[in-house]
Design a protein around this ligand. Structure first.
Ligand code: PRP
Length: 180
């Protein structure tokens, strides 16, 4: 896909190196606990989850969950809802939530509350990128890929109006897309 309007923020090589480090840490932290359930948050986490899961050295299964905010204008007040749930109960399981981006923090806060209420054996969050300047709710992130500036980022799962998700790097748009 050609994308002349996208500038590289994190290169493909830098992502691969970081994903390897995160996978190593997750594998180490969960060594000997048995199976880990990776819960990927659709859609944005699908590429990160695919790469991360293949670099783990521990037994793992993959689940997906889909959440939605009530439109861009209300995201800042944190109205998140569950659109699609995991298929398997997580009670007593070691769970790692895999998310592409933490912006305000509302989505991850909602998700961690939702999953914690189901009594997993452990619950951690692995996030590819976080924008500290945009944080409204401080949600603990156990494994973080990159802290990034407040730019409209795309690629490696992240979209702008459903475009750019399959770019191999994390880029940013020089001109922000219109809200709506
Ligand atoms: C994005 C991203 C997070 C959320 C972060 O999802 O994947 O889930 O926004 O924002 P927050 O920290 O302000 O809550 P989006 O609604 O764009 O859906 P997508 O993953 O399907 O693109």
């Amino acid at each position: 896909m050609s994308a002349p309007d996208v500038k590289v923020l994190v290169s493909e090589a830098a992502i691969a190196a970081r994903v390897g480090e995160l996978a190593e840490r997750i594998s180490r932290d969960h060594a000997g606990v048995g199976e880990v359930v990776l819960v990927g948050v659709l859609k944005g986490a699908f590429i990160f989850l695919a790469d991360l899961s293949r670099r783990l050295t521990i037994p793992r299964t993959v689940e997906f969950i889909a959440l939605s905010s009530y439109g861009a204008t209300t995201r800042s007040v944190g109205e998140v809802r569950l659109v699609m749930d995991v298929r398997t109960p997580i009670v007593g399981k070691h769970v790692v939530v895999v998310e592409d981006i933490v912006d305000t923090g509302h989505t991850l806060a909602y998700l961690m509350r939702l999953l914690a209420a189901r009594s997993p054996a452990s619950l951690r969050a692995c996030v590819l990128v976080r924008k500290p300047e945009r944080t409204k709710i401080d949600v603990p992130v156990d494994y973080l890929g990159f802290e990034i500036p407040d730019r409209w980022v795309v690629g490696y799962g992240l979209d702008a109006g459903e475009r750019y998700r399959t770019l191999p790097f994390i880029g940013y748009l020089e001109q922000e897309p219109e809200a709506g």
